[in-house]
Design a protein around this ligand. Structure first.
Ligand SMILES: Nc1ncnc2c1ncn2[C@@H]1O[C@H](COP(=O)(O)OP(=O)(O)OP(=O)(O)O)[C@@H](O)[C@H]1O
Ligand SMILES: [Mg+2]
Length: 470
């Protein structure tokens, strides 16, 4: 990408403005200008709610900072990746571009200091005029969506963009296609390991092959729930995650020894809601995934015997990694750091936990089975081509050993020297694949004919998104 070449959006209406690319995920919402390498704005898709004199909302990183009395944490997106609360989704997305990209728009132009009108002398005909400029009045908007977004939700997004944000041009692109573009491919089998879901998307000539789209809820949040389950039966002692805001001081302890910390307590009336604690626990779990968890690389499953007749679990035991929790508890994790993720590949490896909101996965929900199902739903002739272009994306795919195992599984299912995985080594590219693809697409000269203009929207209504954005 060459940022010095003005994006095609500039052709749109002759304005010197870039399109905005908005990539809403379940855990983070990414927004930025088309033509740039990474999204400027990265905000949690969670928001906070508390009551002061009236109901108040918190957006952005502020949700992590202060454990206000009664503060509760919510997500406008459902576990299946589809928006549930449109009002809050709209406010949150708006925050993502207003806070870092578009800024606050001036209100009444007669009052913004640029027009020399003495106070009290406003022309009478300004009254009743809509004074607040809409936030995207100058910016075409490209939004991303998952491959299973229902028609109603798709229409709702174009409606919000056109009517509430005032965007002059809009496009809705499937994130699988964008991830393929970001890897320079028009055809690919895209494997996305996100927070709420894992998905397999076959893309051919820039189009999603809908019948082949597979998804299951074994994303990063499920992995976190498996880690929690494993902590409960941890040896030498069960592990409780206590976030920093509940700790006033701690002392170093030997591995496996009880934590020596003084904890903060809250008056029940002044305590934040349990959802706040959970959000902060999730941060520690993400660190744990980044530095401790590892996928058994194969060959074979974690529960199988290795080539020398030694159980793979025995081999896994011998390679430990240490982790320290916020309260100072620390230990080295051996085979458990492999067990917590094994069920993405082998449903039998699921660690049961009666308190978990996740059910045990079925075999069909594991990555190897979903890949099989996806490929068998597409034309035989296309399959080899897709297998040569397997693209891995999503932040949860950054877990150590993921690509090695994926490669082993693919080799076993489709033995051919031509199976090839491409996974960007650069973590930003892996985390933002879908946004980056959107940034490329929206700045292609040839793309400007794809935009849905305001005029077309007014003429055809929200259903135009079904016709234009396939
Ligand atoms: N380095 C890492 N290793 C493993 N997991 C990670 C890493 N960094 C983040 N995660 C996990 O990845 C998940 C977020 O992934 P991602 O940003 O791709 O999701 P999303 O796009 O917001 O969600 P979805 O795709 O489900 O809508 C979280 O569960 C987080 O804990
Ligand atoms: Mg995602």
């Amino acid at each position: 990408m060459n940022p010095s070449i003005p994006p095609s959006a500039a052709e749109y209406g002759g304005d010197e403005v870039s399109a905005i690319v908005l990539d809403p995920g379940y855990s983070t919402t990414r927004a930025g200008f088309a033509g740039e390498d990474t999204p400027k704005s990265l905000v949690p898709t969670y928001y906070g709610k508390y009551s002061g004199e009236s109901e108040k909302f918190l957006f952005g990183d502020d949700i992590f900072v202060t454990p206000r009395p009664g503060l509760s944490i919510h997500n406008p997106v459902g576990r299946d990746g589809i928006v549930e609360d449109w009002d809050m989704a709209q406010r949150l997305w708006e925050y993502s571009f207003k806070s870092r990209l578009t800024g606050q728009k001036p209100g009444n132009p007669m009052l913004n200091g640029l027009n020399d009108v003495p106070e009290g002398e406003l022309p009478a005909d300004m009254e009743g005029v809509e004074t607040e400029e809409k936030p995207l009045a100058d910016s075409p908007l490209l939004m991303t969506e998952c491959g299973w977004n229902p028609a109603k939700a798709r229409e709702k997004t174009v409606e919000i963009a056109m009517e509430n944000w005032g965007t002059p041009a809009y496009y809705l692109a499937k994130s699988g296609v964008l991830v393929a573009f970001a890897s320079g491919k028009a055809s690919a089998l895209v494997i996305d390991i996100g927070a709420s879901n894992i998905s397999i998307t076959p893309v051919h000539d820039g189009m999603v092959l809908k019948r082949g789209v597979q998804h299951s809820p074994l994303g990063g949040d499920y992995i976190s729930s498996q880690i929690r389950a494993s902590f409960k039966s941890n040896s030498p002692q069960p592990i409780t995650i206590t976030p920093h805001y509940l700790i006033s001081s701690k002392t170093a302890v030997e591995p496996g020894q009880r934590p020596q910390a003084t904890y903060k307590t809250f008056d029940p009336e002044k305590a934040p809601d349990a959802s706040y604690r959970r959000l902060l626990e999730e941060r520690t779990l993400t660190e744990f995934k980044e530095s401790v968890v590892q996928v058994w690389p194969g060959p074979g499953r974690l529960s199988s015997l290795g080539p020398n007749g030694v159980p793979n679990e025995e081999v896994a035991k011998s390679s430990g990694r240490a982790f320290e929790f916020p309260d100072g508890y620390n230990q080295t994790f051996g085979v458990d750091r492999y067990r917590v993720i094994e069920s993405l590949f082998d449903s039998k490896a699921h660690i049961a936990d009666p308190d978990s909101e996740f059910q045990a996965p079925t075999p069909a929900q594991t990555i190897p089975e979903m890949i099989k199902a996806s490929l068998s739903a597409v034309d035989v002739d296309i399959r080899p081509h897709l297998l040569q272009n397997v693209v891995v994306t999503g932040a949860s795919s950054l877990i150590f050993g993921f690509n090695d195992r994926l490669n082993q599984e693919l080799m076993q299912m489709f033995p051919s020297p031509r199976v090839r995985i491409s996974a960007p080594g650069n973590t930003a590219e892996r985390r933002f694949g879908s946004w980056i693809g959107g940034s490329i697409l929206a700045s292609l000269g040839t793309f400007h004919q794809m935009w849905i203009s305001k005029k077309e929207y007014d003429e055809h209504g929200p259903n135009i998104v079904e016709k234009r954005c396939k």
